[in-house]
Design a protein around this ligand. Structure first.
Ligand code: Q46
Ligand code: ZN
Ligand code: ZN
Length: 310
């Protein structure tokens, strides 16, 4: 196996590109792909301040690392979700990455700051944990960016994530989601732009990026993800990709190029009639936003202890 660029010994193959790379050229390819995505979708302008939503996993830490390598002014933000040992351990990795490099990591803790955690929220709302979790994360990322003067929030969603979400949305024809499934969501109502700089890179490449650059990350998956549909969609797409490398990239980028615009009007209808939440100012169609309603319901509930098999 020889590196596509220098013909030296390769350490990784990227089947989608039909190419092998040595460590140095692999890392350069990752940075180039992020730079390409940023330019292609006008994600970040020079001089803008970026807040990276960090979980302690490979994708968000690699995203933060690559943005800094590319010269962006990027700080991190981590939320203590209260998902048992998993959350404690993930936060430790996020802090270690920031401390080792002298970087700024803003923190927030659901239990300390809002009086609930994800297992308790899931039980109080009788909905799947990822629903309360995703809602809380989106709200708190926005708030942290707004409170601290960041222009852009970057998340570590990679090509595998985006292709799987698209697959789920197409399978059920969730057209209002399809209109919003873009690598960039523009700023609105005083909230920052949201960007996904890793959309051109896969999960396996992000793991390799971390290993090759010595970034320690939490390898375990969130215990509350077990059985969620997203994982099933990822597996299905992995099977297709194994038989036909490049399918995920074609699926997602083909959608962006040829179809996503058709669904934008439906997503815009959703945005109409938004006013500020009475309590926190976040955009909502109701008196209180979904996060403030969640805080009301979950903070009064008895704490649920997470049982894990670990
Ligand atoms: S942390 Fe939260 Fe994820 Fe765990 S509960 Fe679901 S959304 S799976 S990225
Ligand atoms: Zn090389
Ligand atoms: Zn609110």
């Amino acid at each position: 196996m020889k590196c596509r660029v220098c013909r030296g010994p390769a350490v990784i193959d990227v089947r989608r590109q039909n190419a092998n790379y040595c460590a140095g050229h692999f890392l350069r390819m990752c940075r180039d792909q992020v730079a390409k995505a940023i330019a292609e979708f006008s994600m970040i302008e020079p001089g803008e301040r970026v807040l990276v939503a960090v979980s302690g996993g490979k994708d968000s830490l690699a995203c933060w690392d690559i943005l800094r390598q590319l010269g962006y002014d990027a700080d991190g933000f981590v939320i203590g979700l209260g998902i048992g040992e998993y959350s404690d351990e993930s936060s430790t990795y996020a802090h270690a990455y920031a401390d080792d490099r002298g970087l700024t990591l803003i923190t927030c803790n659901l239990r300390d700051d809002y009086g609930f955690d994800i297992p308790t929220a899931a039980s109080a709302t009788r909905r799947v944990p990822c629903s309360a979790c995703g809602l809380s994360k989106r709200h708190l990322f926005d708030k942290a960016a707004r409170d601290n003067g960041y222009d852009v929030v970057a998340t570590g969603h990679n090509l595998d994530d985006e292709a799987a979400v698209l697959f789920g949305n197409v399978l059920h024809w969730q057209t209002e989601y399809l209109g919003r499934q873009l690598p960039v969501l523009p700023a609105r109502n005083g909230f920052p732009r949201k960007v996904k700089p890793l959309v051109r890179l896969g999960e396996r490449e992000m793991a390799a990026y971390c290993v090759l650059t010595g970034i320690d990350y939490i390898v375990e998956e969130c215990p509350m993800a077990a059985g969620n549909k997203h994982l099933g969609y990822k597996e299905a797409l992995n099977q297709i990709e194994a038989q036909s490398p490049g399918s995920k990239l074609d699926f997602y980028f083909g959608f962006l190029k040829r179809a996503s615009g058709r669904f934008v009007p439906e997503a815009e209808v959703e945005q109409e009639g938004l006013g500020p939440c009475e309590r926190c100012g976040a955009p909502t169609t109701d008196r209180l936003c979904a996060f403030c309603k969640l805080v009301e319901r979950a903070s009064g509930a008895d704490p649920v202890t997470l049982r894990t098999s670990r």
